[in-house]
Design a protein around this ligand. Sequence first.
Ligand code: NIG
Ligand code: FE
Length: 416
Amino acid sequence: MSENLIPPNDSPWNTVWTNARLATMVGDGEPFGLIEDAAIAVTGRTIAWVGKTADLPAEGLAECSNRYDCGGRLVTPGLIDCHTHIVYGGHRAREFEQRLHGASYEEISNAGGGIVSTVRDTRSASFDRLYAQSLPRLQTMMDEGVTTIEIKSGYGLTVDDEIKMLKVAKALHASNPVEITTTFLGAHSIPPEFSGNSDGYIDLVCDEMIPAVAEQKLADAVDAFCETIAFSPQQVARVFDAAADYNLPIKLHAEQLSDLKGAVMAARRGALSVDHIEYLHADDVAVVAENGTAAVLLPGAYYCLRETQLPPIDALRKHRVPIAVASDSNPGSSPVGSLLLMLNMACTLFRLTPEEALAGVTRNAALALGMDQETGTVEVGKDADLVAWNVGEPAELSYRIGSNPSEKVLYKGAVR
Ligand code: NIG
Ligand code: FE
């Protein structure tokens, strides 16, 4: 975020929002952590006071010049998209057509298309071109109230091209009022030059890419794609060992197309999240729960691939695994630009409740990124990331399709 967006800290409260229907998303109390007729006061970048408008200390309000009367609007935490691949070159509309002519995602991948075709387009794109192609994708997300977004590498698959992708994500962060966390996903696919030698590619990921990315502080976490068309749990374990050498948290694309037990392996190693997990066996959910790992559901990929195997939602609920929801925005399996649409799909396709879906893009998405101390709920001490919506009911955010009721966004205390 550029410095001029930070409000001067010359009064105890820089901003006060009043008369909100506030979904704090603080768990275990009212549904949605709802406070009626609520007020929120902000000092600098941080939430300083939350409560009933009627209880707002009068002296603080009198001294504050930035006041906003929410007029009964719903206010939520800023939305968090905790799993995206929005930095990439080209697109895969032709594969969309091929799938409609009968080819499967795996068949296209095995025939040299899929992720590898985006790798070609990403490698050939300059830094500036990648930035220019990715920026509108970020802006579309921000328009819908996203204040934190995770961006993965994984379409470069050489040391230099992975670094190029992560630097584009860092540049997007430097020039836009949104929190961006970066995840190194070198173990996303076997690049053509390593065809038949996936172990050799894992050597490159572990011995060169992770050290370079860590030394340049380009990634907040390390991810991998554990699947028959990508990497085995044993190979991913090597990637996770290398991540541990640099104290980088881990996450995993696991059990998207088959049950390789990647999620169990990742959870046992303390992964922040396991993502997709349609084929995660209900009996394995206890292991995910015991290790405090979040489950990230990606209804856009489920929908686009016309998957029919549902993630083990009831087992996740029973074991109280934090369930996050994300866009998985990528050119192949989830060309999605709307996190609000994911709320609807999480409810319609996965039968999450609107409260679970909203928690999935706020509180639990923060957990999936290891950012729950900073954001994800409206609580004193957290970042002042807030959205006022032109709706009154929290369920309206997941009920409507194709409308964007975002009215006003506060990002770390500054109006966006
Ligand atoms: O999360 N599953 C692997 N990776 C992406 C797909 C990327 C692509 O098809 O380009 C995903 O769905
Ligand atoms: Fe993904």
